[in-house]
Design a protein around this ligand. Sequence first.
Ligand code: C2E
Ligand code: CA
Ligand code: CA
Ligand code: CA
Length: 276
Amino acid sequence: AKKQGGNTYCFNTHDQNNEMERYYQIEQEIKLALQQRQFSIVYQPLINLDSNQIIGAEALLRWENPKLGSVAPSEFIPLLEELGLIIPVGDWILKSVCKQLKTWQDNEIFLQKVSVNVSPIQFRNEHFVTDLKQVLEETQLDPQFLELEITEGTIINAGSAMNILTELKDLGVKISIDDFGTGYSSLSYLKKLSIDTLKIDKSFIDDLDSDGEIIVNTIINMGRNLKYTVLAEGIENREQLHYLKHQDCHEGQGYYWSKPVEVDDIPKLYHHSINS
Ligand code: C2E
Ligand code: CA
Ligand code: CA
Ligand code: CA
């Protein structure tokens, strides 16, 4: 700590201690979380902007701990990655989501896709493709309904990213680039990769009311020209929706329609959307 007034110094130390304490407590608790069934998965609807119907869902991880309460993914996902726990947890997510999608299909909830976030650590793991293949076989899910969300950073940092992506395409699953526009990738790699969906990052949608139109239009046009599905994340209001529709963005996701919801709420939302 710096030389500062007595009070400030004390306050900082105290603050840092609290932060460290919380970090260690979370670290201890998270090691038991999978085994003690403290994780759950919520689903956020994906909407086709032409039909206004729910055509899919993104699976998002939640952690509810008896001592810590509910902890935000932004806080615990990096820790899962650091501790290597993202591998078993990620496996559990993939298996749960595939099973769930199968159940929905058996109950005539026809979603075109359910997307799952894949951490760079998972993607780089040498067993990732084989484990995924096994999950697909075990759950008997048609792979075309599963979409893996990876970020630009994941592709850049994995030396063999091209090979892994090819193996995943051979399995028959779909690939989307998450938070598109926020990474530091060159555009030249885009066409080389066989991906299915570009997800425009929420930060660009937030900027639509100021000066964000040009970037959003550029991403939509580029995505459409490359024959990708373009999805806008974090749509919160009617103005954003109208603008994106007008620009021929294919799909959307955001609080305007729904926050991520418990698994049992998806059939209700689905039926409501196809009947209205
Ligand atoms: P992400 O993949 O970009 O997920 C979208 C995040 O934006 C979610 O936050 C979602 O709840 C939030 N969101 C969606 N629509 C809106 C909106 O209209 N307004 C606002 N303010 N927020 C919206 P969440 O669930 O807290 O997840 C945060 C991040 O944590 C995710 O960002 C993803 O990077 C990571 N994450 C979540 N679940 C998983 C998982 O199962 N595996 C991995 N590897 N990462 C995950
Ligand atoms: Ca995502
Ligand atoms: Ca995202
Ligand atoms: Ca994001």
